[in-house]
Each structure stands twice: as structure tokens, then as C-alpha cells.
Design a protein around this ligand. Structure first.
Ligand code: PLP
Length: 486
């Protein structure tokens, strides 16, 4: 049985009856039926989506929280008395217990051995990545190797590497699927000289194309003398990351991407052996056991605390435990199955849309099937003459239908440049005089190079009606001219 929810009543542009489309979908993706529990949860825990008539397709931007997560967290806060965990009084100790519990729960959720890994709480993935950047012992002769396909917060580590004299090397990604050039990677990995500190960073799942870069790389790359940073920010919400099977040296996460709430908390999961070689560039309240002004020295607290500057977001940490338990109660494999079924259907439908002259409406950036990919579907729309619709205008038009998509480069400039074919020459010229330009002049300089794409991303509360609604929206652009965007 299909619950038609808000999208049924809202759509004025429906051409295919949703029931028929749903039956065809079920036949094409029979595994979907095993995930109907999530339709029930959509009606209870995520009912606000349909009450407000929202079609939410921006899960790579941020996940959605269940009502019970909020209730459980508020009940804990309303009943408990919690002090700053840096003290040793009763209320502080009560909080410390919950903070440590959350730490243990993160390890347990990812099946990470406490003997091998530790969890450092950060404000978000970016905070975790910055910790690595500033602490990793880069120096002359070392290399920071990374894929073109990376979030800016991973790209940004190159500034630390460069400042400390290390080389930075990017592995290209190649059309049509925008996967990494493995020949280039193989060659690049040979450059690690023994005794140097070399870091290789890549996303387990691209936030731009949805490509899942191989987890098999981890052990291979480590065997060649590299430390591995696995950015799991867009992978973890809909995929199992088993750290007893895969052993990256660093993993970064933002919890709001996994279960919507709390924002402001992420973590770095780091192998203890590798953590030992990190060198913090400063110390602060919270990170030291003892500091002296007269002796001009300090003693950094061993373990996670030495990396958690100031007071952690302690009242939010029990919500991490609640969120992890919530995902466990549903099952990450069930979430994965559902997301893949809906993603497969969405891709099939978008790729099948054609103008009357036979030209495709959509260009997809990333794999056209479910092979080694996740639930992020990145496209541009083209008119019958092949002119591209402005993705930002499309985002606005989707807003009018209460469909939340996301336009832009999604903080992943390397994937955007590879997808849209921007060359080094195209872009270097924009930066060549940047120091002499005002911000407004710089914007003029890059005009036309900021083109991005339109992303739909699917998550645990997505139902068939959501993706159906997006496809019906896309259909309204068949045989439409890009010049008359609205
Ligand atoms: C793959 C990836 N890495 C890192 C980040 C950074 O996450 P945050 O903004 O929560 O720090 C994001 C955010 O979208 C992401 O998608």
C-alpha cells in the first residue's frame, strides 16, 4: 500500500498516476518491500514533512531527526542536573559519565576496537579535519595526496601541508563516472619514501557524484607507507562502516548528517598508534593536565582530551547516543537498501526524460546505475537545443513546489571542475590577479565559472512519493527553453 502523503495533493503537474509508477517501481526494485517499516516511521516520527508538504531531498546537506530523538533528549535534560564535565563535583561527574558513554557508543556503532581507536569530539567533520591538518607532522619531503573529488574541508588541509613544506598531489577523477584515475593513484603512491609522513585523503562517498571510492584502498595504501584519512561524512548516514574490517587511520563525521540532531557535534575517530605522531600547534583549557606561566610549559593530557579544545558541547553528546541507538533500532542495512532502491529508480527516470527531438533533458554526473555509488544524484538540465538551465534558477523553481534540492558545487570544486570540464587555464586566470582586486572585481572575474549542478540526495525518511515528485518536477522542463527559465 502506498501512502500518497503531501506530494499527492500538492503537485499540479502530475502526468503519470503515482499508483502505476509505484507498482512499476516495486517490480523493478523488489527489495524496497522489505523496507516498509520506514514508511511507518515516516508517518509517525517524521510526520512533520507531510504536515508541512515538504519534499526533502537534501540529506547529504543534513539528515532529519525523528520526533522521539528530540523527546528522549529533552527528557534527559529536563530530569538531570548536569555541570561542566571538567569539574569533579556530582553534577559534573554525571555529565562526564554521559560524555564517555557517547564516546564508547561511537566506537561500538562503528565496530571499532577501543584498543585500536579513540574518538575525539569536534564541532563537525570540518573540525575533525582541521585537527588533522594542524597536527599532522608534515614537513619537507612529505606528501599530502588526495582525490580531486573531495570536500573543501579536506582540500583545506593542503594549506597546512604547503605551509610546512610538504608536497601536495591530486589524483584526477575521470569521466564518465568520475571515479579516480587508478593508474595515476598507483604511480603517486610509489612516491612515499620510508621515514617520511605521507597522508592520503579521500571520501568514502562523494558528496557531489555519489561515487563510492573503494574501501579496499585503505590497506593497500597503508602497505605502501601512507596514513589514510577516510572522509565518511556523506557515507556514514546510509552505509555500514565497519572499523573491524576497514582500518583507516582517521575518520571524520558530522552527526547531524547521520540522524539530523544534534548539530554542532562531529568526531574524529583516530587510530591510537597514529594519534601518537600528531603534534598540536597550541594548547588550551581542557587539553592540558598542567600548564605553568612561570615555567613557560604545559603537559598535554593523553588521549582524546588533549584534542578537545575548551569545553565540549556536552549537553548535546547524550543526543549522539540517542541518535546512534535510533539508527541501530532501524538498521543501517535496511536504510541502505531503501536508499539504493529509491536512488536507482530516480536515476532511471531522470535519464529516460527526453525532449521531443530525442535529446536528453538531463546530464547526470556520476554512475548511471547502482554500481559502487550512494544516494546522491547530481544533474544539470538542458533544453532541446542543448542549452543548460541555470541550476540556481531550478533550485528556486523547486522551492515553489516545496521540493528541497541543492544547487551549486557543494563545497567540492574538484568534482565540479571535472564534471563540467573546467580546465586549469580556465580557472588559473581568475586567480592570477586576485590580490589586486576588490571582492566585487574578483566576482566579475569568475563570472561564468561558478556554474554548478543540481543535487538530490536521499536519506532514511525518503519515501517513493518524494522521488516521484522530483521526477514530475523534472518532466515539466521537457521541451522547455532554457531562456525562459520560469
Ligand atoms: C563529504 C563531506 N565531507 C565533509 C563535509 C563537512 O561537513 P561539516 O560541514 O559538517 O563540517 C561535508 C559536508 O557536506 C561532506 O559532504
Amino acid at each position: 500500500m502506498l501512502s500518497l502523503t503531501a506530494s499527492e495533493t500538492k503537485l499540479q503537474f502530475v502526468w503519470d498516476p503515482i499508483e502505476a509508477a509505484f507498482e512499476a517501481f516495486r517490480q523493478a526494485y523488489p527489495a524496497f518491500d522489505s523496507t516498509r517499516k520506514l514508511d511507518e516511521l515516516r508517518a509517525t516520527e517524521y510526520a512533520r514533512l507531510d504536515r508541512a508538504g515538504h519534499v526533502y531531498l537534501d540529506y547529504t546537506g543534513g539528515g532529519l531527526y525523528a520526533e522521539s530523538q528530540m523527546r528522549d533528549h529533552m527528557a534527559l535534560l529536563n530530569e538531570g542536573v548536569f555541570g561542566n564535565p571538567h569539574s569533579k563535583n556530582l553534577t559534573s561527574l554525571a555529565m562526564t559519565r554521559l560524555v564517555e558513554q557517547a564516546r564508547d557508543d561511537v566506537l561500538q556503532y562503528f565496530n571499532a576496537s577501543p584498543a585500536e581507536y579513540m574518538v575525539i569530539f569536534t564541532p563537525n567533520s570540518t573540525g575533525a579535519l582541521k585537527l588533522i591538518g594542524e597536527s599532522y607532522p608534515f614537513g619537507p619531503g612529505d606528501t599530502y595526496l588526495l582525490t580531486f573529488d573531495n570536500h573543501n574541508s579536506v582540500n583545506g588541509i593542503r594549506e597546512f601541508a604547503r605551509a610546512k613544506g610538504a608536497a601536495v598531489n591530486y589524483i584526477p577523477i575521470v569521466l564518465p563516472d568520475l571515479r579516480a584515475d587508478t593508474d595515476y593513484l598507483t604511480q603517486a603512491l610509489l612516491t612515499a619514501s620510508s621515514g617520511s609522513n605521507n597522508l592520503f585523503a579521500y571520501p568514502a562517498q562523494s558528496n557531489f557524484t555519489g561515487v563510492q571510492h573503494p574501501l579496499d584502498w585503505i590497506a593497500d595504501v597503508q602497505a605502501k607507507g601512507w596514513d589514510v584519512l577516510l572522509d565518511a561524512a556523506s557515507f556514514a548516514p546510509t552505509n555500514r562502516l565497519d572499523l573491524s574490517r576497514w582500518h583507516p587511520d582517521f575518520v571524520d563525521l558530522s552527526f547531524y548528517k547521520m540522524f539530523g540532531y544534534p548539530t554542532g557535534v562531529g568526531c574524529l575517530i583516530v587510530r591510537k598508534t597514529v594519534a601518537q605522531k600528531l603534534r598540536r600547534p597550541w594548547y588550551s583549557g581542557g587539553t592540558i593536565t598542567f600548564s605553568s606561566v612561570v615555567a613557560f610549559d604545559h603537559y598535554l593530557t593523553p588521549g582524546s582530551a588533549g584534542f578537545e579544545d575548551g569545553t565540549v558541547n556536552y549537553l548535546s553528546l547524550p543526543a549522539v547516543e540517542i541518535g546512534l541507538k535510533w539508527i541501530e533500532s532501524i538498521g543501517i542495512d535496511l536504510i541502505h537498501t531503501r536508499v539504493m532502491c529509491l536512488t536507482g529508480w530516480l536515476i532511471d527516470q531522470l535519464l529516460s526524460l527526453r525532449h521531443r527531438n530525442g535529446r536528453p533533458l538531463i546530464q547526470l554526473y556520476g554512475p548511471p546505475n547502482l554500481d559502487r555509488r550512494g544516494g546522491t544524484v547530481q544533474v544539470n538540465f538542458f533544453d532541446p537545443d542543448g542549452s543548460m538551465f541555470d541550476c540556481y534558477a531550478l533550485e528556486q523553481l523547486a522551492n515553489e513546489e516545496r521540493i528541497s534540492l541543492r544547487a551549486g558545487c557543494h563545497c567540492n570544486p574538484g568534482a565540479r571542475e571535472a564534471a563540467l570540464g573546467f580546465t586549469r587555464d580556465d580557472l588559473e586566470v581568475c586567480f592570477s590577479t586576485k590580490d589586486q582586486l576588490t571582492f566585487e572585481q574578483f566576482l566579475l572575474n569568475i563570472d561564468g565559472k561558478t556554474t554548478g549542478a543540481l543535487r538530490a540526495s536521499i536519506g532514511l525518511a525518503t519515501n517513493f512519493a518524494d522521488v516521484y515528485c522530483y521526477v514530475q518536477f523534472a518532466r515539466t522542463f521537457v521541451d522547455r527553453r532554457a531562456a525562459s527559465k520560469s
